[in-house]
Design a protein. Sequence first.
Length: 310
Amino acid sequence: MDKNHGGIDVSKATLDVATSNRKEIKSFPNDESGINKVINYLKQETPALTVMEATGGLEKLLAASLVEAAIPVVVVNPRQVRDFARAKGKLAKTDNIDARILAEFACDIHPEIRSLTDKRTEEIKAMMVRRQQLMTMMTMEKNRLWTASPTVKTSIQKNIEWLKQLLKNLDNDLDNQIQNSPIWKEKDDLLKSVPGVGPVLSLTLLGALPEIGTLTRKQIAALAGVAPFNRDSGKYRGMRTTKGGRTRVRPPLYMAALVATRCNPVIKAYYHHLIEKGKIKKVALTACMRKLLIILNAIIRERQPWKYAS
């Protein structure tokens, strides 16, 4: 007997669920209660794989909740599904038809299951994005103070104080998220055991780089955007540069590497070695960012805190 497969069409209001062993389409509200009902339904149907389309973020909470419930799920590109439907001669488009097509896509194509983040990771990522927004707003207001007239300076200063309080509250919420999860707390403690790494970098890596500890040194460096790329063409040999990756990781990683060049014996020795070889400070510091990230990746993988033998 063929394995059962599922498809979920996600819209702003509803979640339409189809499984390959049933003709009926189940519809649930797209809210926390509805997501719980979807999870319970899929646990009963036990599909080998469930597929949903990327829908501009509407699918994230559901996907994270399914991962947390240990239900195999893949989020696919909508274009792949449309091409699949056209190839099968199915041109009509409704929520029910889309859910059925997704279940057929899962059954026929068997898309590879990729690592998805769980619900707590998604929450922390959202909070880290909000933290960066608050920091940006605070910087803008501080810059305005320099040129503001006396009549508006008081208003700007009040807004800065308000933003500081929001930031403090958000940091407390982030810390609570970590402390209430044994797995996350363990990772946070491991990361902060490395000299130079504070709570901001630790939270950023956990939220924006959840793959840390599961990738090779080259892969983690490339994912964070600190891997050097060649710029060679013919006889021309250009300076190697870093680019791409997850941009939110680099600012706190830069600050941590800067601190580490003073207090972390490994990074400090590496930095001075590069300077003695003639590397400019900016290049040497970027190399230290990469080395620090590789160290952190190894510490999470081995689940062993920082140790240094002089």
